[in-house]
Design a protein around this ligand. Structure first.
Ligand code: SAM
Length: 464
């Protein structure tokens, strides 16, 4: 690791006192590697065989503060394994798992992850929502938002909307919209020093002050989007007080409607992981109904958003949905669209947007925002033909498909499929769309005809 700046060491010593040596020793030792089993796909109790297979393959050891979190042996490279392509887990630094545990989202709620890329907390929150509610995952940087969207797809998450907006743009569009909000704030990244040595070179007291100022810009927008009685978790992967306790104290002083429920610090010398800070803030419940009016698609000035498909387009939406239903009846007869969803057509792409009955967030409320993924991407309607999406393959299970061909993850056929190669039909004599699976978990679509499985694994995801 790079030499730590003297002023940084002095600040740490001021915080840690006699624990400073233990902290500095931990900074000179190898970092912890973690992954989180995605319960949206694999519930250990439902598939103990697969769970033992993963424990054996990657030498998994439980993370005490997260029921689905494990450390792994980096030599086993789980990020390169077919099970990673199948979305069975997400590689995540162990101490970062604490923030979504403290957010404690429930099925049926409307939740926002305000600074979400690459998606560690988004995917953890989605798993905790157990296929209910609606999760809005936002990332300000368009390139990082694309990575976030790919991770949402890989884990087969159907009830998430991925947008790319500034916190201010979101707050103007979605006041009082969310039951829970995660703000995993951009920070000076002192907890990244072992993983990314360049973070040491970028660190300075000025950088810390600049990050604290930015956090104080973002927090009021997060506060404005939370429903009365809602919960906001503010977290960082940095250690200094300025970006953590002092930012929270500043926020509480300027937002008397909030109180602090709990503040948690994870240190690399006290447990597995790189270190994290998380504060749990709760907003006072509403005194009148008017104060908790959910968004209806109007902005703060009462203007209606553009973005709802005009009526003339409704026929095109229904035509695409009919094509999807015909496709699903043949290829995916066991897959059910959620009863609370509505179809949305973006160009040729058909999505299923979830509107939880208890407190729907109308699709129009997101109008005008740069939206990368408005719910589950079902597929594309092209020249009268329906082509299923990769997201649909990853959201489905093998048992829901009319044709599913399964190989052991170590079989050459799996590596060839992930490289994008066509495969010989192993004797199913099937025709049409089917799912190629690794030990029962879908990796993607093929189209079978004349003894060949034509590969539809997305070009951008293929291995070489
Ligand atoms: N929550 C993510 C996860 O668990 O994978 C990590 C988020 S990272 C700590 C902070 C994110 O904030 C980055 O993706 C960064 O692009 C974004 N960001 C940077 N400046 C921002 C701003 N002014 N407002 C909102 N987000 C910002």
């Amino acid at each position: 690791m790079q030499t730590l700046p003297q002023i940084y060491i002095e600040r740490i010593a001021d915080q840690l006192g006699e624990e400073t040596d233990a902290f500095l020793r931990s900074m000179a030792s190898p970092r912890a590697h973690g992954l989180r089993i995605h319960a949206g796909k694999l519930r250990p109790a439902d598939n103990p065989d697969m769970m033992s297979r993963l424990i054996g393959a990657f030498d998994l050891k439980p993370v005490p503060w997260c029921g689905t979190g494990y450390t792994y042996d980096p030599a086993k490279r789980p990020g390169k394994h077919p099970y990673h392509h199948a979305g069975l887990y997400y590689i995540q630094e162990p101490s970062a798992m604490i923030a979504a545990e403290l957010l404690d989202p429930r099925p049926g709620e409307i939740v926002l992850d305000l600074a979400a890329a690459p998606g560690g907390k988004t995917t953890q929150i989605a798993a905790k929502m157990q296929g209910g509610g609606l999760l809005v995952a936002n990332e300000i940087h368009p390139g990082r938002a694309r990575i976030l969207s790919e991770n949402v797809e890989r884990l087969g998450i159907g009830r998430a909307v991925v947008v790319s907006a500034t916190p201010g743009q979101l707050a103007a569009r979605l006041p009082l919209a969310f039951d829970r909000i995660m703000l995993d704030a951009p920070c000076s990244g002192e907890g990244m020093f072992r993983k990314e040595p360049e973070a040491v070179a970028e660190w300075s007291p000025d950088a810390v002050a600049m990050c604290a100022a930015r956090q104080r810009d973002i927090l009021p927008d997060a506060a404005a989007m939370l429903k009365p009685g809602g919960r906001l978790v503010y977290s960082t992967c940095t250690f200094n007080r300025e970006e953590n306790e002092e930012t929270i104290a500043w926020f509480l002083a300027s937002h008397p409607e909030f109180s602090l429920l709990e503040q948690r610090r994870m240190w690399p010398h006290r447990g597995e992981g790189e270190g994290h800070f998380a504060a749990v803030l709760v907003k006072r419940p509403a005194s009148s109904d008017a104060a908790s009016r959910p968004p209806d698609g109007r902005d703060a000035a009462g203007r209606r958003a553009k973005g709802k498909p005009p009526r003339a387009e409704e026929a095109a939406v229904q035509a695409a949905l009919k094509q999807y239903r015909e496709f699903a009846a043949q290829a995916l007869p066991g897959f059910e669209l959620s009863g609370d969803g509505v179809p949305l057509l973006f160009g040729e792409s058909l999505y299923w947007y979830p509107q939880p009955a208890a407190s729907p967030l109308p699709a129009e409320a997101l109008g005008g925002l740069r939206t990368l993924r408005p719910g589950l991407h079902l597929g594309d309607s092209r020249k009268g033909r329906f082509e299923p999406s990769h997201a649909l393959a990853l959201a489905a299970s093998a048992g829901q498909a009319a044709i599913a061909i399964d190989y052991d993850a170590h079989d050459d056929a799996i590596a060839a499929f992930l490289r994008g190669e066509a495969l010989p039909d192993p004797g199913s004599d099937a025709r049409g769309w089917g799912l190629l699976c690794a030990n029962g978990y879908p990796l993607g679509w093929f189209k079978a005809s004349d003894g060949q499985l034509k590969n539809h694994y997305p070009k951008g995801l293929r291995t070489n």
